[in-house]
Design a protein around this ligand. Structure first.
Ligand SMILES: [Zn+2]
Length: 286
């Protein structure tokens, strides 16, 4: 039994965080994923320095939606779309002499509009820089994040977080921030979570980079997790990890665990449907 066989049986083999570029490996990266047994992608917009700051989000989102459409049409798989302002866009707008808070709030509103039109499944990756920044910028980033959470609550979509590595206390703070914004903390996904985070009782969902060590640790701790590659589709590298990693790790879970059926059922069936909805994966049944 491997990911390919599971996919044939109707399991959702989801890369929960993938970036692609029309001018990168694009469809050949998707094909690597498919041939290892993957069958569903959460496509997250990839910041691009080649897009002028004016009209930034409209251009970026449309690029992402165009790629999603092409993959669905040419490879017949579900492609979920995650749109939103990347935390480091803040500095791009500052450098351009624009107000980052205004611009990023507008980016959030625009992502919400696409979700209302049924074109976007989640908002992200939003949050705050993963490295230390001045207090003023951190406060403003948190204000933008709160606004994103409020908008997700209003539009009933999950939010995908990009932040620094989180301690137990930081998970608690973000859970509180979500609750205050009117969101169910279960619909908040921490992208690039560490497998050790599964020990925390936080309701936030953890999406873990699908390296062998991470997956073995996560399975050992138990708890809900998504797997992701955070693939950035730079033809010069395979960063963050190659696009076939998730299905390969799913195959590894089956090989290494007698109790794999329960793990796989949660990770590849009930959890993705719970967070993104049955409809998001309808294409697998057709
Ligand atoms: Zn990312």
């Amino acid at each position: 039994m491997d990911a390919r066989e599971l996919a044939r049986q109707g399991y959702i083999i989801l890369d929960n965080h993938m970036h692609l570029r029309e001018d990168g490996r694009f469809l050949s990266a998707v094909d690597m994923f498919l041939s290892a047994g993957g069958n569903s992608i959460n496509l997250v917009n990839l910041p691009s320095s080649s897009i002028p700051p004016a009209e930034y989000y409209k251009t970026l989102y449309e690029k992402t939606l165009r790629m999603a459409t092409r993959i669905r049409e040419e490879r017949s798989i579900p492609v979920l779309v995650t749109l939103g302002p990347y935390p480091l866009d803040y500095f791009m707008f500052s450098r351009a002499g624009m107000d980052p808070v205004n611009e990023m709030r507008r980016g959030i509103d625009l992502a919400a509009k696409y979700s209302q039109d049924g074109l976007c499944n989640a908002m992200g990756e939003v949050g705050r820089p993963h490295f230390p920044v001045p207090e003023y910028d951190l406060e403003r980033s948190n204000a933008i994040l709160s606004y994103a959470m409020e908008t997700c609550a209003d539009n009933h979509i999950p939010v995908i977080l990009h932040t620094e590595d989180l301690s137990r206390d930081k998970y608690g703070e973000l859970e509180l921030m979500a609750t205050k914004a009117g969101m169910k903390p279960d619909n908040v996904i921490k992208h690039h979570a560490l497998p050790g985070d599964l020990q925390y009782s936080s309701a936030l969902k953890k999406s873990i980079l699908a390296s062998r060590n991470n997956v073995r640790t996560a399975v050992g701790i138990k708890g809900d997790f998504f797997l992701e590659t955070d693939y950035v589709d730079d033809p010069e590298s395979w960063k963050v990890i190659p696009p076939d990693s998730v299905p390969r790790r799913i195959s590894m879970i089956v090989q290494e665990n007698n109790g794999w059926a329960k793990i796989i059922d949660r990770c590849c069936r009930s959890l993705p449907k719970e967070i993104y909805g049955e409809d998001a994966f309808a294409r697998l049944e057709s």
